[in-house]
Design a protein around this ligand. Structure first.
Ligand SMILES: [Zn+2]
Length: 425
């Protein structure tokens, strides 16, 4: 996607890039309570008194030893992520149908913990949304494995269950692929750290790995396995995004034969008329599938400019052969190939809302980023959809009057608007 989220962390010149899916809140409780839980549970009843806990010891050693846990599959009302929590001065009881529910119940207990102990309370909680996601674009701005783990910790605190890991785009290729080593050795470092400066600059260049002063990086397969394990321990599914067919100049630096003009920095799109493109796509997706257990794999599918396809003999020959009427059909062609391949491997495709141009398989999922319309259209056609509308969920837009803010991409999406959209729409 061309619209990136950047959120500055403290005084460091770091930009955390993420999109928060429209799924943050568990169901909203109408009742006002003294305790401040985020997200608010479905129902909450507070009574006087505390279960006494040594808070310092509890923070250090955990609160597990204080809790009586029960897994009861008969509690169908709370689903597989919900929990029931009862705190009295004498006892803490936590019930759920799965270990995920128990995990979320413990997260709530940590939010309740005060220096006086845990307030006496009865909570019923289950999520309003199945997909509660956070997106991180590590292509435009690279983040170390440790920073990703820190984000996963923050997500788990708020019961966010999906991490959308945007690993490839025209800011850099960020994951080791054994069959195509030049993706990382030539396409993961660039001349300038500041994304906007680099993107808008006169010299937009990738440089080989180990070039002195270069900005970038990538995750080895070992790094990815560590991240996946860390996420799984926090009941977070990691959805990788590998971008097709546009935003791919970082690929063509090492493999120029995969674009129409045969050289990088010319169009950014794969040549759809070249069979090697599909060999590449299947090879890369195969290594991704081997690494990521997620049922869902994101393939991008957005913002192809298509101009190079117009003048490319191979693309034009394919259009003629397949009786295609417009350049859009070429974009649909590669997305359909990706979908068919993923389905053959037992996986489900997710794409940005431009994939609605396709005659999609009923299992595929549409991610609505150009406002909410894509999700509405998708839902009306019977597809599952994830809400990621830029105007409320892209955190790289300005949060307040621009002159008072760190540099942002553009736009205006204050956190207040985000919260309102989640609660009332
Ligand atoms: Zn072509």
């Amino acid at each position: 996607m061309n619209i990136i989220s950047s959120f500055r962390l403290e005084s460091k010149n770091l930009c955390v890039l993420f999109v928060l899916s429209l799924s943050l809140l568990f169901a909203c409780a109408p009742e006002r309570v003294q305790v401040n839980l985020i997200p608010q549970p479905v129902s909450i009843k507070q009574s006087k008194g505390y279960f006494k806990v040594d808070s310092v010891k509890a923070e250090k050693e955990g609160i597990e030893s204080y809790i009586h846990c029960t897994i009861d599959s008969a509690l169908k009302e709370i689903g597989n992520e919900g929990y029931l929590l009862s705190v009295t001065p004498e006892r803490i009881e936590l019930s759920a149908t799965t270990s995920t529910g128990i995990y979320y119940g413990k997260k709530t207990l940590y939010q309740l913990l005060t220096s006086q102990g845990i307030p006496c309370i009865a909570i019923k909680d289950y999520p309003r949304f199945q997909y509660r996601g956070m997106h991180l674009d590590v292509s435009r701005h690279f983040f170390s494995k440790e920073e990703v783990l820190k984000l996963l910790d923050a997500m788990s605190y708020y019961k966010i269950n999906t991490f959308h890991f945007h690993l490839t785009d025209n800011g850099g290729w960020r994951i080791q692929i054994d069959k195509y080593p030049k993706l990382t050795s030539m396409g993961s470092y660039r001349t300038e750290k500041d994304w906007l400066k680099w993107w808008d600059g006169d010299v937009r260049e990738f440089v080989p790995e180990n070039t002195p002063g270069a900005y970038g990086g990538y995750y080895t397969k070992e790094d990815i396995r560590d991240i996946l394990q860390y996420a799984a321990e926090r009941h977070i599914n990691v959805i990788p995004e590998i971008e097709f067919p546009a935003h791919s100049d970082e690929v063509f630096v090492g493999y120029p034969e995969l674009c129409c003009m045969g050289k990088p920095y010319t169009s950014g799109e794969f040549c759809i008329g070249n069979e090697k493109t599909f060999t590449f796509m299947e090879d890369v997706l195969s290594e991704i599938i081997e690494l990521f257990p997620s049922k869902y794999i994101h393939v991008g599918g957005d913002e192809a400019r298509k101009t190079a396809w117009k003048g490319c003999p191979k693309c034009q020959a394919l259009m003629k052969r397949m009786n295609m009427k417009s350049l859009d059909d070429l974009q649909c062609y590669i997305i359909q190939k990706a979908e068919t391949f993923l389905n053959s491997k037992g996986r489900t495709m997710i794409g940005w809302d431009e994939i609605l141009k396709n005659d999609l398989d009923s299992s595929s999922i549409v991610m609505s980023y150009r406002g909410q319309r894509g999700a509405i259209v998708a839902a009306n056609k019977g597809f599952r959809a994830v809400m990621t509308p830029g105007e409320v969920l892209y955190f790289d837009w300005y949060q307040a009057e621009p002159r008072t803010q760190p540099q942002a991409m553009y736009g205006f999406s204050p956190i207040k608007r985000c919260i309102l959209s989640i609660q009332f729409r």
